[in-house]
Design a protein around this ligand. Structure first.
Ligand code: BES
Ligand code: MN
Ligand code: ZN
Length: 502
């Protein structure tokens, strides 16, 4: 999609298929809406008196207004003016973008970001607008027949109407939002692809393709033999159950400016993504209902690839390294069995009491591998526990960290990018649940606090650096029905966090 700004003062003369303007519940109009209202002899105030309540995220289509060049004016509800916030603004942009896509428009103009908001500056509002438009235009068609694939004229051009003084800042925000949207859409696409297409090898190919596309990215894909030489016994034990070859993917972003001599290099930030391309549970097999959704068990990996894509597009001044342990978790004659003991790359032994707790088994070796970079921080992202959905639902990702400063930066980034997380505890008292009679510790800690004990397990591999863990089991995709599909979360949170560190 093409993003741009428009700086004309005469909004009523903008020629576009759809022009978005905002209204509040108390009958107040945004400055842009006021211009349109005057040009159309009060058409907007008229509908505000009658059929339009201006609830947040609602919209009303007004066609062919007299005195207005836009084919449609889309009046967007902004709720109460005193309560107007970054979140309401983002919701309004989403409502407009979704309308445009549903109406099969190819271009549109929004005035919404130009209006002041107490909780978000102009750049942030422009970013939210671009992120909303870019994501609304996403459409999954990779595995349909030809006819389905060619059907849609999609939103191709999206412009923000701003004042001349706002232009430079709006451009900056637009660029960031566009990059985030593309990262999000890549993560959604990878999540949505079926497991017979999106294999570990396929994910490795995506990393290589990104490295060809962006100069700042370098990809390396380790095969089973190389993973064996690294002694990743825990990761390999999960991979053994499937014929599909595993892959350990390394995707590195080196800042454009970092190559010059004399520039002191900051320590890198490492992102580790769970890449289980299908999780049947292994010998501790899952029930059949909704098992298809376990193709999404690589959404952590997808978010790492999406984030690195965005980071490269932005040209971020911070080294970022993505690590992805990728394999399938299937039952077979070579699969892990409950009671098996494996030796992780760290040397610590693990008693596998449930083969369905495989995410932590692949992540732990990647966390040990991360030590070699002497990272400033390591963040792992994983669809790790069903228990996290019970705790937080589909609203917040679960955040665990032993480092308060890192946790706070991630929470803040999540709020700023409208991709929130909620911190859960990670105390030594929970570690006791992982006690094992036959190994250094077990891979499960019983039903109580399942997300916490999973994080506790991971923490045993992270003593060398500041570390945080995002459990995205509830936020990475939407289940069932028409809404079913990858969300691309937490790409916005991660990109925003990395921007804050650069
Ligand atoms: N990939 C699942 C977690 C999951 C379940 C994510 C449902 C999204 C929806 C993970 O590998 C898993 O199976 N976890 C087990 C852990 C248990 C055996 C301790 C779980 O949550 O049931
Ligand atoms: Mn599992
Ligand atoms: Zn899993």
């Amino acid at each position: 999609m093409e993003f741009s700004t428009l700086t004309t003062a005469s909004l009523h003369q903008i020629k576009t298929a759809a022009l978005a303007v905002g209204a509040y519940t108390d009958g107040m109009l945004t400055p842009a809406a006021d211009v349109i209202d005057r040009a159309s002899h009060g058409a907007l105030r008229e509908v505000l008196k009658s059929e339009f309540q201006a609830k947040p995220g609602s919209h009303l289509v007004l066609r062919k207004l007299e005195g207005v060049s836009a084919a449609r004016v889309i009046l967007i509800g902004l709720g109460k003016q005193q309560a107007y916030s970054a979140a309401v603004h983002a919701k309004a942009e989403q409502a407009f973008a979704n309308y445009c896509v549903q109406a099969r428009l190819t271009e549109a103009v929004s005035t919404l970001a130009a209006t002041e908001c107490a909780t978000a500056g102009l750049a942030q509002r422009a970013q939210a607008a671009a992120a909303a438009a870019g994501q609304a235009a996403y459409h999954y068609d990779a595995t349909f027949g030809k006819r389905e694939r060619n059907d849609a004229p999609r939103l191709k051009k999206f412009a923000l109407s701003v004042t001349r003084a706002q232009n430079a800042e709006a451009q900056r925000g637009l660029h960031l939002g566009a990059a985030i949207a593309q990262g999000v859409n890549l993560a959604r696409e990878l999540g949505n692809l079926p497991a017979n297409v999106c294999t570990p090898t396929y994910l490795g190919g995506v990393a290589r393709k990104l490295a060809r596309e962006f100069k700042s990215l370098k990809a390396e894909v380790l095969d089973r033999k190389q993973i064996e030489s690294l002694k990743m016994g825990s990761f390999l034990s999960v991979a053994r159950g499937s014929y599909e070859p595993p892959a350990f993917i390394i995707l590195k972003h080196t800042p454009p400016g970092a190559k010059g001599a004399g520039k002191s290099r900051k320590a890198p930030i490492v992102l580790v993504g769970k890449g289980i391309t299908f999780d049947a549970g292994g010998i501790s097999i899952k029930p059949a209902a909704s098992m298809d959704e376990m193709k999404y068990d690589m959404c952590g990996a997808a978010s790492v690839l999406g984030t690195l894509r965005a980071v490269a597009e932005i040209g971020l001044e911070q080294e970022v390294i993505g690590l992805i342990p990728a394999c399938e978790n299937l039952p077979s004659g070579r699969a892990n069995k409950p009671g098996d003991v494996v030796t992780s790359m760290s040397g610590q032994t693990i008693e596998i009491l449930n083969t369905d707790a495989e995410g932590r088994l692949v992540l732990c070796d990647a966390l040990t591998y991360a030590e070699r970079y002497k990272p400033a921080a390591v963040i792992d992202i994983a669809t790790l526990t069903g228990a996290c959905i019970i705790a937080l639902g589909h609203v917040n990702s679960g955040l665990f960290s032993t480092d308060d400063a890192l946790a706070d930066s991630l929470l803040q980034a999540g709020r700023q990018a409208q991709d929130t997380a909620w911190r859960l505890p990670l105390e030594d008292a929970y570690q006791e649940q992982l006690q094992s009679n036959f190994a250094d510790f077990a891979n499960i800690g019983g039903r109580a606090a399942g997300s916490v004990t999973a994080a506790c397990f991971l923490s045993r591999f992270t003593s060398a650096y500041p570390w945080a863990h995002l459990d995205i089991a509830g936020t990475a995709w939407r289940s069932g029905g028409k809404e079913k599909g990858g969300t691309g979360r937490p790409v916005p949170l991660l990109v925003q966090y990395l921007l804050s560190q650069a």
